[in-house]
Design a binder for this molecule. Structure first.
Ligand code: NAP
Length: 257
């Protein structure tokens, strides 16, 4: 199954579904990532701070690098010019790859001048260490500042967005600037199955509450990166592209915010 892609403003094609890997470490990571790639996932979301690059690396060794989308992130505390360059170089070494598809500022950091961080990110793009850059957890005020100083296009903002957390103001600003939105914690950190409205809609469309949450986000034109460890969860989270949430069901989910 081919996962649909979102065309970013640089022309890059980002898969709309990825595997989140926060708290996926050790043996679980060594097992889940190759299993996901085998099933058809072609997008891995990681970060310097997740400490799992070395456990993701073996799965990447056996696949065509260009067929997999890899996002990683540089954390606050490492956002000065030299720190960004050094962190990215370290991350590439840990993942044993030559480039990232997307490198994000993980969190805004008032202690690091944003202009300096974006100058470093521009250098990473220039040197081919990452093909695209973006941000994460940037709310309206952070994104406004970033847009004023960034020398290379910001293609993505990764924010917490799910049926109970809906920061539409950030999404609207992203849309105005052709910045794609990745929804993190898309299944409410595992709480989606307990949500009554998602349960009701799941019964109507003959799917699970998790699939309803993910499908709803895809229909909001967001990229989703659910984290999963087990084979059953990984498989369930892939089956999103052959059903629809109706406008009326969409209204009920919006009302959960
Ligand atoms: P999430 O994806 O909303 O939820 C993950 C939880 O849901 C895990 O406990 C997982 O269990 C469970 N789960 C997965 N599939 C399931 C299914 N089909 N049925 C029932 N339960 C299921 O939470 P998240 O990890 O916070 O967010 C996803 C990814 O977003 C992260 O892994 C990370 O890559 C990214 N993220 C980014 C930031 C940021 O600051 N940029 C912050 C948080 C997260 P198992 O693992 O046992 O399968």
């Amino acid at each position: 199954m081919d996962i649909p892609r979102e065309t970013l403003k640089t022309g890059a094609e980002m898969p709309k579904l990825g595997l989140g890997t926060w708290q996926l470490t050790g043996e679980d990571c060594l097992r889940a990532v190759p299993m996901a790639l085998e099933m058809g996932y072609d997008h891995i979301d990681t970060a310097d701070v997740y400490g799992n690059h070395r456990e993701i690396a073996p799965a990447l060794r056996d696949v065509d690098r260009d067929s997999i989308w890899i996002t990683s992130k540089v954390n606050r505390g490492s956002l000065r010019y030299d720190d960004v360059l050094a962190t990215c170089e370290k991350n590439l070494g840990e993942l044993a790859v030559d480039y990232l598809d997307l490198y994000l500022i993980h969190w805004p950091d008032p202690d690091a001048p944003m202009e300096e961080t974006f100058r470093a990110l521009a250098r990473l793009v220039d040197e081919g260490m990452t093909r695209n850059i973006g941000v994460s957890n940037f709310m309206v005020e952070h994104l406004t500042e970033a847009l004023a100083v960034a020398e290379v296009p910001i293609v993505n903002n990764q924010i917490k967005f799910n049926p109970v957390t809906q920061p539409w103001d950030v999404v609207e600003l992203c849309r105005e600037h052709d910045i794609s939105v990745t929804a993190y914690s898309p299944i409410m950190r595992g709480d989606a199955p307990e949500n009554t409205v998602l349960q009701e809609i799941a019964a109507e469309v003959e799917r699970t509450p998790v699939q309803v949450a993910l499908r709803w986000l895809l229909q909001q034109e967001m990229i989703v990166i659910p984290k999963a460890t087990s084979e059953a969860h990984l498989r369930e989270n892939l089956e999103l592209f052959d059903f629809h949430i109706s406008p009326e069901q969409d209204e009920r989910i919006r009302a959960l915010a």
